[in-house]
Design a protein around this ligand. Structure first.
Ligand code: AMP
Length: 387
């Protein structure tokens, strides 16, 4: 492998994923510039520079490209046009616009998965009433209708048990293209994070088990409590996704586990919330793996030091002050990460902690103890700026 030429990384998006990616990139000696509309973003706080601009501001995007040797993104709902503009300017974007285009559109994504032989729940595109009738004829209820584009954390989704409910969902979507999917009565949701380099070398992280609260990830358990055979199968499918899409960078493939088998739910072409644990429980983190992949450095298989449980610290809307940290930090096997966001809106991701323990049962118990210690309260007057 020749000497790497990347010194500056551009990150589209300024959230917590960008922040953790930046912290790892900085540790490895890179200069990081982020672009994000809100000033003082979680990523901007730790990056060398933040360009404050909208994701579709092509002048600012051009500036990001000019100040970076490689541009990446930390969430997939950025304007595809911006990534295309960077590529037409001759900038290196990883993963590419081709990958982003497919991951941004559930219809293209599911069609791609079907084409490469990955198991997916029966689905059909719904762009109008006629297609809805067709979908209802070929796919049984209950079904999930999801906006083809722009949905995340369970937003833009309706569960329908009947034609009436499906029609109501289509009306609520107001002409936006939808995907009609068979509801999967899953026992578990699991995901696999992989990273792939431009030379085709790829690695996969241990399979994680993910539990959600109203569509938002609440807890990640690793290793997932599934059979060795299923673990091998989902890792193999996740690697195949990256190979066929020619992804360069870290990415996540999410699955539903049902009846001992698995269906792919979605692909996220970026570092992922279910991989936070890797900062504390594996020999290289997903963030380091992403940096290595996009900077043409060698990829090595991550080793899991011990079972781990990651708990997302979600806002409740009841205040912006987090109580209980001092008690939480009494556990020597627990690592706390706080993202630097001011307002703890309902279910907003404010931070997380990871418990690592040789016994998964112990890690699970400690995680629940930790979760119960934390609460949000209105900010105390003493904590505002002194007058
Ligand atoms: P998504 O935005 O596709 O990741 O969906 C968010 C959540 O909705 C998933 O984590 C599942 O809990 C649920 N969900 C999505 N699609 C289905 C489906 N076809 N069957 C059952 N649950 C689903």
């Amino acid at each position: 492998m020749s000497e790497p030429v990347v010194e500056r990384i551009g990150v589209l998006g300024g959230g917590q994923l960008g922040r953790m990616l930046t912290l790892e990139a900085k540790r490895m000696g890179y200069r990081v510039v982020t672009l994000e509309p809100l000033p003082n973003s979680p990523c901007g706080q730790v990056a060398d520079e933040q360009i404050v601009a909208a994701y579709d501001d092509l002048r600012a995007i051009g500036e990001l490209g000019a100040r970076s040797d490689v541009v990446t993104y930390e969430f997939e709902n950025i304007a595809l046009e911006s990534v295309r503009a960077l590529e037409s300017d001759g900038r290196l974007v990883r993963p590419s616009a081709h990958v982003l285009r497919i991951a941004q559109d559930r219809i293209l994504e599911k069609t791609f998965l079907q084409e490469i032989g990955a198991p997916v729940a029966p689905f059909a595109p719904v762009l109008d009433e006629r297609q809805l009738d067709e979908a209802m004829r070929s796919i049984d209820f209950p079904a999930v209708l999801k906006t083809a584009r722009g949905g995340y954390d369970g937003k833009g989704q309706w569960v329908a048990h009947s034609a009436g409910e499906a029609r109501a969902a289509v009306a609520a979507a107001r002409g936006v293209p939808l995907i009609f999917e068979r509801f999967v009565p899953f026992e578990l949701e699991v995901s696999v994070i992989c990273a792939r380099g431009s030379d085709g070398d790829a690695i996969s992280f241990p399979v994680t088990e993910n539990q959600h609260d109203h569509g938002v990830l609440a807890t990640t358990i690793v290793p997932a409590r599934i059979s060795r055979a299923l673990e091998r199968e989902v890792r193999e499918i996740a690697l195949r996704v990256g190979e066929k899409l020619e992804i360069v960078g870290a990415y996540c493939v999410e699955f539903f586990v049902v009846d001992g088998g698995a269906y792919v739910n979605e692909i996220a072409p970026r570092v992922h919330n279910s991989g936070h644990y890797s900062l504390d429980a594996t020999s290289i983190s997903q963030y380091e793996a992403h940096v290595r992949a996009i900077c043409d450095l060698p990829l090595v298989e991550p080793r899991l030091f011990a079972p781990a449980v990651m708990v997302n610290i979600l806002g409740t809307g009841k205040g912006d002050h987090l109580e209980g940290i001092a008690d939480l930090l009494r556990d020597p096997d627990l690592k706390l990460h706080i993202y630097g966001k001011r307002h703890a809106a309902l279910r907003r991701k404010m931070g997380h902690f990871t418990v690592v323990d040789p016994r998964l049962e112990t890690a699970l118990a400690k995680a629940e103890t930790g979760r119960a210690l934390l609460s949000w309260t209105p900010t105390r007057p003493l904590q505002t700026a002194p007058v």
